[in-house]
Design a protein around this ligand. Sequence first.
Ligand SMILES: NC(=O)c1ccc[n+]([C@@H]2O[C@H](COP(=O)([O-])OP(=O)(O)OC[C@H]3O[C@@H](n4cnc5c(N)ncnc54)[C@H](OP(=O)(O)O)[C@@H]3O)[C@@H](O)[C@H]2O)c1
Length: 342
Amino acid sequence: LKVGVMGAGAIGSYVGGVLASAGMDLVLVGRPRAKGEFEGSGLNLSDLNGRVLSVSKTRITFATTASALGQCEVVLCCVKSAQTAAAAAEMKGVLAPDVVVVSLQNGVRNPEVLRNALPGRTVLAGIVEFNVVAQGGGAFRRTTSGALLIEATSDARMRVLGDALSQAGIAVKQVVDVRRYQWAKLVVNLNNAIGALSDVPTQELVLSKGYRKILAGTMDEALRVLRVAGIRPGRLGPLPVTLFPYLLRLPTPVLKLAAGAQVKIDPQARSSMWQDLAKGRPTEVDDLNGEIVRLAETHASAGATAPLNRRMVEIVHEAEKRGEGSPKLSAEELWAKLTGEH
Ligand SMILES: NC(=O)c1ccc[n+]([C@@H]2O[C@H](COP(=O)([O-])OP(=O)(O)OC[C@H]3O[C@@H](n4cnc5c(N)ncnc54)[C@H](OP(=O)(O)O)[C@@H]3O)[C@@H](O)[C@H]2O)c1
Protein backbone atom coordinates (compact mmCIF):
# COMPACT_ATOMS: atom_id res chain seq x y z
CA LEU A 1 0.00 0.00 0.00
CA LYS A 2 1.36 3.43 -0.90
CA VAL A 3 0.50 5.88 1.88
CA GLY A 4 0.93 9.64 1.97
CA VAL A 5 0.95 11.99 4.95
CA MET A 6 -0.03 15.61 4.40
CA GLY A 7 1.58 17.58 7.22
CA ALA A 8 4.77 16.12 8.70
CA GLY A 9 4.35 17.42 12.25
CA ALA A 10 3.84 15.51 15.51
CA ILE A 11 0.98 13.20 14.46
CA GLY A 12 1.95 12.88 10.77
CA SER A 13 5.57 12.01 11.49
CA TYR A 14 4.71 9.59 14.30
CA VAL A 15 1.96 7.67 12.50
CA GLY A 16 3.82 7.89 9.17
CA GLY A 17 7.07 6.72 10.78
CA VAL A 18 5.31 3.74 12.39
CA LEU A 19 3.82 2.81 8.99
CA ALA A 20 7.21 3.09 7.27
CA SER A 21 8.80 0.93 9.96
CA ALA A 22 6.06 -1.65 9.24
CA GLY A 23 7.22 -1.75 5.63
CA MET A 24 4.71 0.59 3.98
CA ASP A 25 5.73 2.72 1.05
CA LEU A 26 5.45 6.20 2.60
CA VAL A 27 5.48 9.78 1.28
CA LEU A 28 5.68 12.51 3.93
CA VAL A 29 4.78 16.06 2.90
CA GLY A 30 6.09 18.72 5.24
CA ARG A 31 7.78 22.08 5.51
CA PRO A 32 11.41 22.59 4.43
CA ARG A 33 12.30 22.96 8.14
CA ALA A 34 10.90 19.48 8.88
CA LYS A 35 12.63 18.11 5.79
CA GLY A 36 15.95 19.47 7.07
CA GLU A 37 15.46 17.70 10.42
CA PHE A 38 14.45 14.50 8.64
CA GLU A 39 17.48 14.60 6.33
CA GLY A 40 19.72 15.07 9.35
CA SER A 41 18.69 12.00 11.29
CA GLY A 42 15.59 10.31 9.84
CA LEU A 43 12.77 9.84 12.36
CA ASN A 44 13.31 8.81 15.95
CA LEU A 45 10.11 7.62 17.56
CA SER A 46 9.65 6.69 21.18
CA ASP A 47 6.70 5.88 23.39
CA LEU A 48 5.71 5.76 27.02
CA ASN A 49 6.27 2.01 27.16
CA GLY A 50 9.95 2.45 26.37
CA ARG A 51 9.67 1.40 22.73
CA VAL A 52 12.10 3.19 20.42
CA LEU A 53 11.96 3.11 16.62
CA SER A 54 14.58 4.63 14.35
CA VAL A 55 13.31 5.09 10.82
CA SER A 56 16.11 5.66 8.34
CA LYS A 57 15.65 8.50 5.84
CA THR A 58 16.06 5.96 3.02
CA ARG A 59 12.72 4.32 4.07
CA ILE A 60 10.61 7.43 3.41
CA THR A 61 10.16 9.90 0.57
CA PHE A 62 10.04 13.39 2.12
CA ALA A 63 8.56 16.11 -0.11
CA THR A 64 7.71 19.74 0.52
CA THR A 65 4.71 19.93 -1.83
CA ALA A 66 1.57 17.87 -2.24
CA SER A 67 2.52 17.04 -5.83
CA ALA A 68 4.37 14.00 -4.40
CA LEU A 69 1.05 12.44 -3.29
CA GLY A 70 -0.24 11.58 -6.78
CA GLN A 71 0.43 7.83 -6.58
CA CYS A 72 -0.77 7.39 -3.00
CA GLU A 73 -3.74 5.08 -2.34
CA VAL A 74 -4.37 6.43 1.15
CA VAL A 75 -3.49 9.95 2.35
CA LEU A 76 -3.55 10.88 6.04
CA CYS A 77 -4.33 14.55 6.55
CA CYS A 78 -2.34 15.69 9.60
CA VAL A 79 -2.22 19.49 9.36
CA LYS A 80 -3.76 21.75 12.00
CA SER A 81 -7.43 22.69 11.43
CA ALA A 82 -6.63 26.23 10.22
CA GLN A 83 -4.46 24.74 7.47
CA THR A 84 -6.93 22.12 6.22
CA ALA A 85 -8.48 24.24 3.47
CA ALA A 86 -5.08 25.28 2.10
CA ALA A 87 -3.76 21.70 2.28
CA ALA A 88 -6.88 20.44 0.49
CA ALA A 89 -6.46 23.06 -2.25
CA GLU A 90 -2.89 21.86 -2.77
CA MET A 91 -4.00 18.22 -2.94
CA LYS A 92 -7.03 18.80 -5.18
CA GLY A 93 -5.40 18.57 -8.58
CA VAL A 94 -2.93 15.91 -7.48
CA LEU A 95 -4.69 13.08 -5.65
CA ALA A 96 -5.77 9.97 -7.56
CA PRO A 97 -9.55 9.78 -8.13
CA ASP A 98 -9.87 6.61 -6.04
CA VAL A 99 -7.69 7.76 -3.15
CA VAL A 100 -8.95 7.47 0.44
CA VAL A 101 -8.19 10.57 2.49
CA VAL A 102 -8.29 10.13 6.27
CA SER A 103 -8.40 13.16 8.54
CA LEU A 104 -6.38 12.45 11.69
CA GLN A 105 -7.26 15.87 13.07
CA ASN A 106 -9.02 17.09 16.18
CA GLY A 107 -12.26 19.07 16.05
CA VAL A 108 -15.40 17.98 14.23
CA ARG A 109 -15.21 19.91 10.95
CA ASN A 110 -12.04 18.83 9.14
CA PRO A 111 -13.48 15.84 7.24
CA GLU A 112 -16.27 18.09 5.93
CA VAL A 113 -13.76 20.73 4.80
CA LEU A 114 -11.79 18.02 2.98
CA ARG A 115 -14.92 16.51 1.41
CA ASN A 116 -16.06 19.88 0.08
CA ALA A 117 -12.64 20.68 -1.34
CA LEU A 118 -11.96 17.22 -2.81
CA PRO A 119 -15.13 16.26 -4.69
CA GLY A 120 -15.29 12.63 -5.78
CA ARG A 121 -12.63 11.45 -3.32
CA THR A 122 -13.48 9.29 -0.32
CA VAL A 123 -12.83 11.16 2.92
CA LEU A 124 -12.99 9.40 6.28
CA ALA A 125 -12.82 10.91 9.74
CA GLY A 126 -10.20 9.61 12.15
CA ILE A 127 -9.63 10.24 15.84
CA VAL A 128 -6.20 9.99 17.40
CA GLU A 129 -6.73 9.24 21.07
CA PHE A 130 -3.06 9.50 22.01
CA ASN A 131 -0.75 12.48 22.35
CA VAL A 132 2.52 12.98 20.47
CA VAL A 133 5.10 15.62 21.34
CA ALA A 134 7.68 16.87 18.81
CA GLN A 135 11.02 16.90 20.60
CA GLY A 136 13.07 18.48 17.80
CA GLY A 137 15.71 16.99 15.48
CA GLY A 138 13.24 14.48 13.97
CA ALA A 139 12.35 13.00 17.39
CA PHE A 140 8.69 12.39 18.23
CA ARG A 141 7.41 10.90 21.47
CA ARG A 142 4.05 9.28 22.02
CA THR A 143 3.20 10.27 25.58
CA THR A 144 -0.20 8.71 26.29
CA SER A 145 -2.00 5.44 25.66
CA GLY A 146 -4.99 5.24 23.33
CA ALA A 147 -6.07 3.95 19.96
CA LEU A 148 -6.65 5.36 16.50
CA LEU A 149 -10.34 5.35 15.56
CA ILE A 150 -11.28 5.45 11.87
CA GLU A 151 -14.72 5.83 10.34
CA ALA A 152 -15.91 2.39 9.26
CA THR A 153 -15.62 1.57 5.56
CA SER A 154 -15.72 -1.52 3.37
CA ASP A 155 -12.61 -0.32 1.47
CA ALA A 156 -10.10 -3.18 1.77
CA ARG A 157 -7.16 -0.76 1.72
CA MET A 158 -8.22 0.60 5.08
CA ARG A 159 -8.13 -2.92 6.53
CA VAL A 160 -4.56 -3.32 5.24
CA LEU A 161 -3.59 0.03 6.78
CA GLY A 162 -5.34 -0.78 10.09
CA ASP A 163 -3.67 -4.20 10.33
CA ALA A 164 -0.23 -2.71 9.63
CA LEU A 165 -0.67 -0.03 12.30
CA SER A 166 -2.08 -2.47 14.86
CA GLN A 167 0.84 -4.85 14.32
CA ALA A 168 3.27 -1.96 14.69
CA GLY A 169 1.81 -0.85 18.05
CA ILE A 170 -0.99 1.58 17.19
CA ALA A 171 -4.33 -0.11 17.86
CA VAL A 172 -6.85 0.81 15.15
CA LYS A 173 -10.61 0.52 15.61
CA GLN A 174 -13.22 1.13 12.92
CA VAL A 175 -16.26 2.97 14.26
CA VAL A 176 -19.69 3.68 12.83
CA ASP A 177 -21.32 7.00 13.68
CA VAL A 178 -17.86 8.55 13.92
CA ARG A 179 -19.21 12.00 14.76
CA ARG A 180 -20.15 10.86 18.25
CA TYR A 181 -16.51 9.91 18.84
CA GLN A 182 -15.27 13.20 17.40
CA TRP A 183 -17.43 15.02 19.94
CA ALA A 184 -16.16 12.80 22.77
CA LYS A 185 -12.56 13.59 21.77
CA LEU A 186 -13.43 17.27 21.60
CA VAL A 187 -14.67 17.15 25.20
CA VAL A 188 -11.39 15.46 26.24
CA ASN A 189 -9.48 18.11 24.27
CA LEU A 190 -10.92 20.86 26.46
CA ASN A 191 -7.85 20.23 28.63
CA ASN A 192 -5.64 21.54 25.78
CA ALA A 193 -6.37 25.21 26.43
CA ILE A 194 -5.73 24.79 30.15
CA GLY A 195 -2.39 23.09 29.44
CA ALA A 196 -1.49 25.88 27.02
CA LEU A 197 -2.43 28.74 29.38
CA SER A 198 -0.88 27.19 32.49
CA ASP A 199 2.36 25.81 31.00
CA VAL A 200 1.71 22.73 33.15
CA PRO A 201 2.31 19.25 31.60
CA THR A 202 -0.85 17.12 31.21
CA GLN A 203 -0.07 14.64 33.99
CA GLU A 204 0.60 17.40 36.54
CA LEU A 205 -2.52 19.23 35.39
CA VAL A 206 -4.72 16.19 36.04
CA LEU A 207 -3.22 15.85 39.53
CA SER A 208 -3.83 19.52 40.42
CA LYS A 209 -7.14 20.14 42.18
CA GLY A 210 -7.31 23.77 41.00
CA TYR A 211 -6.84 23.03 37.28
CA ARG A 212 -9.18 20.02 37.60
CA LYS A 213 -11.92 22.32 38.87
CA ILE A 214 -11.55 24.41 35.69
CA LEU A 215 -11.51 21.38 33.42
CA ALA A 216 -14.55 19.89 35.16
CA GLY A 217 -16.37 23.22 34.70
CA THR A 218 -15.64 23.51 30.97
CA MET A 219 -16.48 19.82 30.43
CA ASP A 220 -19.73 20.06 32.40
CA GLU A 221 -20.73 23.03 30.30
CA ALA A 222 -19.80 21.25 27.05
CA LEU A 223 -21.69 18.09 28.02
CA ARG A 224 -24.78 20.16 28.86
CA VAL A 225 -24.62 21.83 25.44
CA LEU A 226 -24.22 18.44 23.71
CA ARG A 227 -27.21 17.10 25.62
CA VAL A 228 -29.38 20.02 24.54
CA ALA A 229 -28.19 19.51 20.96
CA GLY A 230 -29.12 15.81 21.12
CA ILE A 231 -25.51 14.60 20.68
CA ARG A 232 -24.49 11.51 22.63
CA PRO A 233 -20.67 11.36 22.77
CA GLY A 234 -19.13 7.96 21.94
CA ARG A 235 -17.03 5.99 24.42
CA LEU A 236 -13.29 6.39 23.92
CA GLY A 237 -11.84 4.43 26.85
CA PRO A 238 -13.31 2.23 29.56
CA LEU A 239 -15.14 5.22 31.12
CA PRO A 240 -17.69 7.43 29.30
CA VAL A 241 -16.72 11.12 28.95
CA THR A 242 -20.02 12.02 30.61
CA LEU A 243 -18.46 10.79 33.88
CA PHE A 244 -15.30 12.91 33.54
CA PRO A 245 -16.51 16.06 35.37
CA TYR A 246 -17.60 13.89 38.29
CA LEU A 247 -14.26 12.03 38.33
CA LEU A 248 -12.26 15.27 38.11
CA ARG A 249 -13.95 16.51 41.30
CA LEU A 250 -12.88 13.43 43.30
CA PRO A 251 -10.01 13.75 45.80
CA THR A 252 -6.64 13.42 44.01
CA PRO A 253 -5.68 9.90 45.29
CA VAL A 254 -9.08 8.48 44.18
CA LEU A 255 -8.90 10.35 40.86
CA LYS A 256 -5.42 8.88 40.30
CA LEU A 257 -6.84 5.35 40.45
CA ALA A 258 -9.77 6.15 38.14
CA ALA A 259 -7.57 8.06 35.65
CA GLY A 260 -5.08 5.19 35.57
CA ALA A 261 -7.85 2.89 34.35
CA GLN A 262 -8.73 5.31 31.54
CA VAL A 263 -5.39 6.48 30.17
CA LYS A 264 -1.64 6.23 30.82
CA ILE A 265 0.09 9.61 30.73
CA ASP A 266 3.85 10.11 30.50
CA PRO A 267 5.25 13.11 32.48
CA GLN A 268 6.37 14.65 29.15
CA ALA A 269 2.84 14.88 27.70
CA ARG A 270 1.86 18.39 26.59
CA SER A 271 -1.17 19.46 24.63
CA SER A 272 -0.62 20.40 20.99
CA MET A 273 -2.14 23.80 21.87
CA TRP A 274 0.71 24.35 24.33
CA GLN A 275 3.13 23.47 21.53
CA ASP A 276 1.42 26.02 19.25
CA LEU A 277 1.64 28.86 21.80
CA ALA A 278 5.27 27.97 22.50
CA LYS A 279 6.05 28.22 18.78
CA GLY A 280 4.03 31.41 18.22
CA ARG A 281 1.54 29.66 15.89
CA PRO A 282 -2.25 30.08 15.85
CA THR A 283 -3.97 27.45 17.98
CA GLU A 284 -7.00 25.24 17.31
CA VAL A 285 -9.03 26.80 20.15
CA ASP A 286 -11.80 27.91 17.75
CA ASP A 287 -12.21 24.28 16.66
CA LEU A 288 -12.31 22.95 20.23
CA ASN A 289 -13.77 25.24 22.93
CA GLY A 290 -15.06 27.47 20.09
CA GLU A 291 -17.08 24.58 18.67
CA ILE A 292 -18.95 24.29 21.99
CA VAL A 293 -19.65 28.03 21.87
CA ARG A 294 -21.04 27.72 18.31
CA LEU A 295 -23.21 24.73 19.24
CA ALA A 296 -24.54 26.63 22.27
CA GLU A 297 -25.42 29.58 20.00
CA THR A 298 -27.28 27.25 17.62
CA HIS A 299 -29.31 25.85 20.52
CA ALA A 300 -29.64 29.06 22.54
CA SER A 301 -33.42 28.99 22.25
CA ALA A 302 -33.40 25.61 24.05
CA GLY A 303 -31.33 27.14 26.88
CA ALA A 304 -27.78 26.18 25.81
CA THR A 305 -25.03 28.54 27.03
CA ALA A 306 -21.22 28.24 27.16
CA PRO A 307 -19.76 31.21 29.06
CA LEU A 308 -16.68 29.36 30.40
CA ASN A 309 -15.70 28.00 26.99
CA ARG A 310 -16.38 31.37 25.35
CA ARG A 311 -14.09 33.12 27.81
CA MET A 312 -11.44 30.38 27.37
CA VAL A 313 -11.40 31.08 23.62
CA GLU A 314 -10.86 34.79 24.30
CA ILE A 315 -8.02 34.18 26.78
CA VAL A 316 -6.23 31.83 24.35
CA HIS A 317 -6.59 34.41 21.55
CA GLU A 318 -5.12 37.07 23.83
CA ALA A 319 -2.10 34.80 24.45
CA GLU A 320 -1.75 34.15 20.69
CA LYS A 321 -1.74 37.91 20.03
CA ARG A 322 0.91 38.56 22.66
CA GLY A 323 3.09 35.92 20.97
CA GLU A 324 5.09 35.26 24.12
CA GLY A 325 4.17 31.59 24.57
CA SER A 326 2.20 30.40 27.57
CA PRO A 327 1.10 33.12 30.01
CA LYS A 328 1.75 30.52 32.77
CA LEU A 329 -1.47 31.24 34.65
CA SER A 330 -1.94 29.59 38.02
CA ALA A 331 -5.23 27.76 38.54
CA GLU A 332 -6.48 30.66 40.67
CA GLU A 333 -5.51 33.27 38.04
CA LEU A 334 -7.15 31.30 35.24
CA TRP A 335 -10.33 30.73 37.27
CA ALA A 336 -10.50 34.45 38.07
CA LYS A 337 -10.06 35.35 34.38
CA LEU A 338 -12.76 32.84 33.38
CA THR A 339 -15.36 33.77 35.94
CA GLY A 340 -14.46 37.19 37.34
CA GLU A 341 -14.46 35.48 40.79
CA HIS A 342 -11.41 35.95 43.00
N1 LIG B 1 -0.09 16.37 18.70
C1 LIG B 1 -0.98 15.58 19.27
O1 LIG B 1 -0.73 14.97 20.29
C2 LIG B 1 -2.33 15.36 18.64
C3 LIG B 1 -3.12 14.30 19.12
C4 LIG B 1 -4.34 14.05 18.51
C5 LIG B 1 -4.76 14.82 17.46
N2 LIG B 1 -3.97 15.86 17.03
C6 LIG B 1 -4.47 16.63 15.92
O2 LIG B 1 -3.70 16.31 14.76
C7 LIG B 1 -3.60 17.46 13.91
C8 LIG B 1 -2.13 17.77 13.69
O3 LIG B 1 -1.56 18.10 14.96
P1 LIG B 1 0.02 18.11 15.20
O4 LIG B 1 0.20 18.31 16.66
O5 LIG B 1 0.64 16.95 14.53
O6 LIG B 1 0.37 19.45 14.42
P2 LIG B 1 1.79 19.97 13.91
O7 LIG B 1 2.87 19.35 14.74
O8 LIG B 1 1.69 21.43 13.81
O9 LIG B 1 1.89 19.32 12.47
C9 LIG B 1 1.35 19.84 11.29
C10 LIG B 1 2.51 20.09 10.36
O10 LIG B 1 2.03 20.25 9.04
C11 LIG B 1 2.73 21.32 8.43
N3 LIG B 1 1.94 21.82 7.32
C12 LIG B 1 0.78 22.53 7.35
N4 LIG B 1 0.34 22.79 6.11
C13 LIG B 1 1.24 22.23 5.27
C14 LIG B 1 1.33 22.17 3.86
N5 LIG B 1 0.41 22.73 3.07
N6 LIG B 1 2.40 21.54 3.32
C15 LIG B 1 3.34 20.98 4.12
N7 LIG B 1 3.31 20.99 5.46
C16 LIG B 1 2.25 21.62 6.03
C17 LIG B 1 2.88 22.31 9.57
O11 LIG B 1 3.86 23.29 9.29
P3 LIG B 1 3.69 24.80 9.88
O12 LIG B 1 3.55 24.66 11.36
O13 LIG B 1 4.94 25.47 9.43
O14 LIG B 1 2.45 25.35 9.24
C18 LIG B 1 3.29 21.37 10.70
O15 LIG B 1 4.66 21.10 10.65
C19 LIG B 1 -4.34 18.58 14.64
O16 LIG B 1 -5.67 18.67 14.21
C20 LIG B 1 -4.31 18.12 16.10
O17 LIG B 1 -5.35 18.65 16.88
C21 LIG B 1 -2.77 16.13 17.58
